[in-house]
Ligand binder design. Structure first.
Ligand SMILES: Nc1ncnc2c1ncn2[C@@H]1O[C@H](COP(=O)(O)OP(=O)(O)OP(=O)(O)O)[C@@H](O)[C@H]1O
Length: 328
């Protein structure tokens, strides 16, 4: 199988099509796309455009009508589907934890199927619970009904990571949580992916989530046709057409701030001021701006000094619409 290495491998879709029987048009129509090794690619698009169908063909929960899928160069359609699924992490909104199994048993399910010795499974469960910020001694023996929605989704992500697959498919995995929990899970997930370098396809309706998590975003139309496939910054700077611009909405500048971190901005005032609200190097500029607004100040303390509102605005430069009406 393609997972001799636990870091990501490339995924290639070639003329991939799914026509469900009895439907007038294909749900996925002739899609060709490369997902680079170790990158997180987000599929965004309206309900029914074929995001889930595209994803489910990759782990063969849905059989393609035609086309090719390669993972790490290997032809997926020639592999045994059950065997394939044991080597691809899969996390979904409904989580799908088994109610009669403990957290530890749920996480250990795939490693057990793969024949890992129990001691190795136990170690892995401990490691994964810590990774998703749940105290192992508190949570390993609990049943899913004894967890909050956000905790269940973390277990879902831990379970998908259990056998250290190079490829993860994630279908709105944080969808069922409130905005604060969701933001927390997203931040943790960004941190995790920086360490793990999996190849991840992540489906969401939420363009903000796509910007925050994606190395690249595929904006999809009906039939999974690709409207634009590029980095978040490139899409925000130059949306391919009105359809893509519609996803970005009015606040492109704020979204660009969410892409940058405090560490990206050189500050001129390098004298620390502990009286100011403080941010870390990893805080996004959007969060730094929110903090300034919440404290009614135009400055905040950073690990290297003081960041001002003016410096923060300067990094995003002119807004795209201003740039377009500039001196041309
Ligand atoms: N098993 C099925 N049989 C027939 N049609 C289906 C089946 N599953 C999905 N479809 C249809 O295929 C199209 C694409 O569905 P899909 O679930 O892939 O879209 P999606 O973009 O993931 O939508 P959502 O964001 O609402 O989950 C829809 O028109 C849907 O009704």
């Amino acid at each position: 199988m393609f997972d001799r290495d636990t870091e990501g491998v490339r995924i290639e879709l070639r003329a991939l099509t799914k026509h469900y029987p009895g439907q007038p048009a294909p749900a996925v129509d002739n899609v060709t796309m490369d997902i680079p090794a170790g990158e997180l690619v987000v599929f965004v698009g309206p309900s029914g455009c074929g995001k889930t169908t595209t994803m489910k063909m990759i782990n063969r929960l849905v059989e393609p009508t035609s086309g090719e899928i390669r993972i790490g160069g290997q032809d997926v359609l020639s592999l045994d589907p059950d065997e394939l699924r044991r080597h691809i992490g899969y996390a979904i909104q409904q989580v799908g934890l088994f109610p009669h199994l403990t957290v530890a048993q749920n996480i250990g399910l795939v490693p057990k199927l793969l024949g890992w010795p129990q001691a190795k499974i136990d170690d892995r469960v401990e490691e994964l619970l810590a990774l998703v910020s749940l105290e192992p001694s508190t949570f390993r023996g609990r049943y899913p009904r004894q967890l909050s929605g956000g905790q269940q989704q973390r277990i879902g992500v831990a379970r998908a990571l259990a056998a250290d697959p190079p490829v993860m498919l994630m279908d709105e995995p944080f969808g069922a949580t409130d905005p604060i929990t969701r933001e927390h899970l997203q931040n943790e997930f960004v941190r995790l992916q920086r360490q793990l370098h999996k190849t991840i396809i992540f489906v969401t309706h939420d363009f903000e989530e796509a910007i925050k998590l994606g190395d690249r975003i595929a904006v999809l139309r009906e039939g999974s046709h690709i409207a634009q496939y590029d980095t978040p910054a490139a899409i925000l700077d130059a949306p391919a057409d009105d359809y893509v611009a519609g996803f970005i909405g009015q606040d492109a500048t704020l979204k660009r701030l969410a892409l940058m971190r405090v560490a990206d901005v050189p500050v001129t005032d390098t004298i620390p001021d502990p009286a100011l609200p403080q941010v870390s190097a990893d805080t996004t500029l959007r969060e730094a701006l929110d903090l300034m607004l919440a404290h009614g100040t135009d400055r905040c303390g950073t690990p290297t000094g003081v960041l001002s509102y003016a410096e923060l605005c300067a990094v995003v430069g002119p807004r795209p619409e201003e740039a377009m009406t500039g001196d041309r």
